[in-house]
Design a protein. Structure first.
Ligand code: TXA
Ligand code: MG
Length: 323
């Protein structure tokens, strides 16, 4: 029986209840947020192919920036329909999926994962969770589910449904309860999109376990980020220059508007000035305007309120001098 709830607090229902899972799958397909248990931590889930749903993840977490999110799928076949299987990826999937392991792979042509989910990158992060109930939910949802940990930004990752309710109870449609998470730590993230495997985030699957399957695995160097803002492999930046807070349009520029300030804009992040809609469109819009003939993308001012801060963070990185 569902736990009684006030209108402000999402119901908490057992993940093992098929009706609760069916309702969760329906909500996810409708673009709503659903928190669900995995073996690592509780995830804040949304349809990874729906950029508006994914924008709501960032809004719910109060995240100050858009980092790429992991898409969760029920099996390796679903993963390799989205990201390019390499021989190394197939060996790793056979050894550690389902389980607390995420692979970063090159996007396959036609991959439906939203650009916001991958923060504009040509790669996608994919994971087949160890939790059977989570996989059942993913199979029912029938689409990849983006899910960072179900906590507000800067807080610890939740490992019980009660933690999730405290953090995000007023911001999700439903919380599925699977009891305490057995691993309690986020998945290992390994990047298999380049020439050599790189460990991006340590987790329950150890470097030694990875190396037993893959051979030598490099460690990502934390200092990489500072050397060239916007150019780190995990951050997308357009080829064209980016000019911020633009109120005029100069020769050779494309104009990316916010709030319909100009009649001659190429695109508008949100004509009504809604920061969640603007977030949903940010990466796809930059990609659209990033054409060889375009010298620079001029971007209208975006107010800092709500997701505006994360939008401006990414635009500033894109506009920063390149090394
Ligand atoms: O255990 C977990 O993985 C949990 C549960 C809910 O499954 N999820 C989770 O998701 O931690 P998230 O989205 O917060 O993890 C994102 C991590 C970050 O370290 C991010 O940089 C990396 O994955 N990542 C995602 N996509 C990437 C990409 N295309 N390239 C490089 N790193 C990527
Ligand atoms: Mg987290």
């Amino acid at each position: 029986m569902p736990v009684p709830s006030t209108p402000e607090t999402a119901p908490i229902r057992p993940v093992d209840d098929p009706q609760a899972r069916a309702e969760a799958a329906r909500l996810l397909r409708a673009g709503r947020l659903v928190a669900f248990p995995t073996e690592t931590v509780y995830g804040l889930g949304a349809d990874a192919t729906d950029e508006n749903a994914v924008a709501r993840i960032f809004a719910a977490k109060d995240r100050p920036r858009f980092n790429p999110l992991i898409s969760h799928v029920p099996d390796a076949m679903s993963a390799f329909a989205l990201g390019e299987a390499t021989p190394a990826a197939e060996r790793l999937a056979a050894a550690h999926w389902p389980g607390p392991l995420t692979m970063v792979l090159r996007r396959r042509p036609g991959c439906p994962i939203a650009w916001l989910t991958s923060a504009g990158l040509e790669t996608v992060a994919l994971r087949v969770p160890g939790s059977a109930a989570a996989r059942a939910l993913l199979a029912e949802a029938g689409r990849p589910i983006a899910a960072p940990s179900a906590n507000r930004s800067g807080r610890v990752s939740p490992t019980t449904a009660a933690h999730v309710a405290e953090e995000l109870g007023d911001r999700v449609a439903l919380i599925l309860d699977g009891g305490p998470c057995p691993v309690g730590l986020e998945s290992t993230v390994v990047d298999l999109s380049g020439a050599r495997p790189r460990l991006l985030r340590p987790g329950a699957v150890t470097r030694e376990q990875l190396e037993a399957v893959l051979g030598p695995v490099e460690l990502a160097v934390a200092g990489d980020a500072i050397a060239a803002p916007g150019m780190l492999a995990s951050h997308y930046a357009p080829q064209a220059a980016v000019r911020l807070n633009a109120t005029d349009r100069r020769p050779g520029e494309a104009f990316l508007d916010f709030g319909a300030t100009r009649g001659d804009a190429d695109l508008d992040l949100s004509r009504s000035g809604d920061p969640v809609e603007a977030a949903a469109r940010l990466f796809a819009s930059l990609r659209d305007l990033d054409r060889p003939r375009i010298a620079a993308i001029a971007v209208a001012p975006v107010p800092e309120a709500g997701l505006g801060a994360a939008i401006n963070d990414r635009l500033r990185r894109a506009a920063a001098p390149r090394g």
